[in-house]
Design a protein around this ligand. Structure first.
Ligand SMILES: Nc1ncnc2c1ncn2[C@@H]1O[C@H](COP(=O)(O)OP(=O)(O)OP(=O)(O)O)[C@@H](O)[C@H]1O
Length: 233
């Protein structure tokens, strides 16, 4: 699904260039559940932003299902990202003045989908995520865990093949974090490829592969070494 060849990313401040991703080569197959770990400042979010196609200031090659992202212009890349990916953020990024149902509907509003079909999709998603009773509430009326459920519902309503998450449980207590991770595991079992950034060893156990970055370099990768670690119950 994803192939990165020699991805490089740097930031320039004045005359100083700071490298945050160095020669990153990475292949991710459909159906994987990958965790990116590493110390603070190692480049994890930078790598996720490349994979999410939110960033375009990098060098190297990036193929998404064989399509060369590195040759696309901004509009083509945004369109591909909108169609095929969903993103979950640590701080949820919900729109405060929209209800839960309206937040979830948002990705569909960019698509040419008939109104009735959209309403049915929102209703199905509310049901699947067991938040039907919250549909008319606003984000400020929800707990952190509930807000993240809405964030994930919004990220997957258009059935993306790739779900990306940056510290999705960073603002949650451990019980809520576990629920979110169980949900990720279920989505992965249903066929969604997942890439998450986390500092949490517990969260990483829900995935099947761990990639470690250090100072922008891909330092270790359990692919081909370890079998899926699974979840200890
Ligand atoms: N917009 C920016 N301008 C300049 N430097 C940046 C910018 N964004 C990130 N960096 C730098 O890039 C490096 C990698 O940042 P990144 O956020 O990818 O790390 P991280 O591994 O996700 O860290 P953390 O675990 O603390 O979130 C850091 O040294 C950071 O200061």
């Amino acid at each position: 699904m994803i192939e990165l060849n020699k991805i490089e990313r740097s930031y320039r401040t004045g005359h100083t260039e700071t490298w945050v991703l160095r020669h990153v080569n990475l292949t991710i197959k459909p159906g994987e559940f990958v965790t990116i770990m590493g110390p603070s400042g190692a480049g994890k979010s930078s790598l996720l932003n490349v994979l999410a196609m939110l960033d375009d200031q990098w060098k190297g090659e990036f193929f998404f299902d064989g399509e060369p992202v590195h040759r696309m212009n901004r509009k083509q890349r945004a369109e591909l990202a909108r169609r095929r990916t969903g993103m979950v953020f640590q701080s949820y990024h919900l729109l405060d003045d929209l209800s839960v149902a309206e937040n979830i509907d948002l990705p569909l509003s960019y698509k040419d989908i008939p109104r009735a079909e959209r309403q049915a999709l929102v209703a199905d998603t509310l049901d699947k995520f067991q938040i039907v009773g919250k549909k008319d509430l606003f984000p400020s009326q929800l707990s952190g865990g509930q807000q993240q459920l809405v964030g994930i519902a919004r990220a997957v309503i258009h059935k993306p093949s790739l779900l990306l998450a940056d510290e999705p449980t960073g603002n949650l207590h451990s019980g809520q974090a576990r629920e979110i991770m169980e949900l990720f595991k279920k989505l992965n079992e249903e066929g969604t490829t997942i890439i998450q950034v986390t500092h949490s060893e517990e969260n990483a156990k829900f995935g099947s592969r761990i990639i470690e970055l250090r100072d922008g370099w891909l330092y270790s990768d359990t692919a081909g070494i370890a079998q899926p670690v699974g979840v200890q119950s």
